[in-house]
Each structure stands twice: as C-alpha cells, then as structure tokens.
Design a protein around this ligand. Sequence first.
Ligand SMILES: [Zn+2]
Ligand SMILES: [Zn+2]
Length: 408
Amino acid sequence: MAAYDSDSSAGEFEETNVLLGYASKDADEDTISRIGGRPEWLDPENPPTAAFARCKVCKGMMVLLLQLNGELPERFPGHDRRLYVFACRRSTCRRKEGSIRALRSVRVWKEVQNEPPKVEAKEAEKKEQRKPDAAGPGLGEALFGAKPLGGASANPFSSNANPFSSSSSNNPFGSPPANPFSPKPEKPAESSQPAEPTETETAVKSLPKTFAETLSLNVPPAQPPPPAEPWPEAASQPKPYPTLYLADAEYETLDPVSTKVPENARVEAADADEPSALDREAFESSMDATFQKFADRLSQNPDQVIRYEFAGTPLLYSKTDSVGEKLTKSTMPGCPNCGGRRTFEVQLTPHAITELEADDLSLEGMEWGTIIVGVCEKDCTPRHTEIGQVGYLEEWSGVQWEELSKMK
Ligand SMILES: [Zn+2]
Ligand SMILES: [Zn+2]
C-alpha cells in the first residue's frame, strides 16, 4: 500500500469534499470553532435569547456541543456566520425531540451582489470533473484556519439545488424579488421553455452530490419572534463540557479498497419493511448496511469529530429512523424565516462524544450516533435585522440516536 499522499497521481486515495474537523486542547489560529465550552457570540453585547438554548423537553438550559465559524466568503460575501449546537445533559431527556438544538447567527455587513469567484484555472481544471459541486477555495481556511488541500471548483454555486424553488406555490411568501444574496443558479431555465415540474425535478435530482433530495418545499408560516430572555449566570447553568478547539481540519481522504460494502450487506434500506418479529432479521441486516457504511467511513479517519460540507450529503447512521427517513425522502423542513430551502451543512460524529467525555468518569454518557445540522441555504437574516446587526435563527438538527443493539 502506498504511503499517505493526498497529491498522489496514482489515485489510490480518493479525496472528498467533506472537510473533517479534529479536536485539540490547543487553539491554533481559529479560536472560534470548538466542541464543548461555552458559546461566544458574534456580538457579545447582543446575545440571542436564552430560549434558544433551553431544552424543549425539560425547559432547562442546555450546554454547548459545537460552535463553528461558518463564514463562507465565496458563497456569502459580507456575511459573518456562526453555528451552535446545544444539548441537554439530563439523562431523562435523551432520545427525546428537542433535547438537542441548532442555532445559526448571521451578521451581514453590506449587501453585495454575488460575483463569480476567482478560481485558479489550474486548480479548477484539476477538480472540476469529479468535484462539480465543491465549495470555493478558502473554505477550510475560513472555517478552521487550515489551508485547503484542494477542493476548489469552477463553480461553487453549482450545488445550489433548485433555481425554481422561490416560485413554488407552496411558498407562503410568494415569489420574492431578486435576493442579492441568492447565488446565481448554474444553469438558469431557458425562458423560451415553460418549466415543467418533472423536468425541474429531474434536473435537481441529476445534480451530483447535492442535498436536493433531502429538501422540502413545505414551509410553515413564520412566527413572531419570542420575547428575548436573558441568559442565566454561568454558575446557575449546567456544567459545560471541556473546551476542545477544532484547530485541525483537512479534506477527507478515503482508501477506495476499504470503502466497499460487504457483499452480504447489500439491502436497500429505503425499501425495508416495517420490523416485525418474523422479518426482524432482514430488517436488521438492512439497518446494518447503512450503519456499516457509516462505521467504515469513520474508521478511515477515526479522530474526526465533525464532517463539514455546505450543501453536501450527510453520512447517515441509519436510513430507517425518523431522521434517516426524512433525509432520504426529501422532507427536511424548509427555513421558516425566508421560506427557502434548507441544506445540510455539518454533522457531529460519535468521536466527538469520546472527546467531550474523556475526563468524565460517570457512565451516563451521551447516546447519539450522529447529529446532522441543516441550515437555510440562503443564509437569510431574521426579519427586521439591520445591516451590521447580528441575528439568530434556530436551524434544523436531526439526531440519530445510537441503536441500543450497537452500543459498545
Ligand atoms: Zn432536558
Ligand atoms: Zn432562510
């Protein structure tokens, strides 16, 4: 086997568009992105309402699992972005909806039209065939202070799935005027041709590696913002996890040999029947195919604590739980604020639990397999938020709880 070399022309290792984050006690250049600790806000003078960090089950304050510098200057120029994931530490809230929540903060400095990013021709040429939807250069740098190992592509906007979504009749806000932050679709519809829904859907589905299939056009009407609630004193909050910085990041590399799914595991999970006593065995083997892929993929880079790819595809722990079904059946809820779509951005891996609980001697550990965060694909700001002001919006978090039979 060849030595590790991401630039190897032999092609023995495949580099993906997924940026892996690794935890470290030492912050390098990026002191923002971390797991554990306490949240730090874009504008410390304007924190979000504490209600965003309350468990929906017990109403108690949650603790920070992830804080991520989500700036994407190529995709959202002029936007400061941060993502937060909170979890309730009470064991009685585990496995319950609302015990893990995601929050996005955004501050727009100026309204700028998106312009085609400058991409080095050489790099674009190298990547464009197999990475049509990669994020622009500088992604890794912006996120973790790491130099990108490639992953540049000719068109970072090509992964924006559906140029027609804003005219959907399901959109309660109608067709908004041109959004200055809305990326230009790669292939706008020919105006001479009436857009047939089937064609549109086909086009969306044929876009490689987008998250289109997981998106939903069903958007609930926007709700008025809840009254702001001040954060309790640190002493009266639950004990935070230790702070571990995401100082190291690199694009995922895979050994193609070990990514093969075992022959006996080729069962289509999506078509699996509901479990019953009789077909329990078949059901479990279909679950295992997804889980095996999950475990195999993580085992190639076992220290990863987050997987990041804006508009990418999450690695599912299961296709048969409610989150797995949502993501395979295109029903991730849309953005209630702007009526647009949501898209995958980041997920936490089980190794994050290992890192966060390394010094915790209790046996009452966290029990999720992965936490998947879906965000507004337009990075919208809350209504009535002015230029230069920080806004906060709850985003979608899908928790795939650890299967009891798979517990170590
Ligand atoms: Zn709780
Ligand atoms: Zn939105």
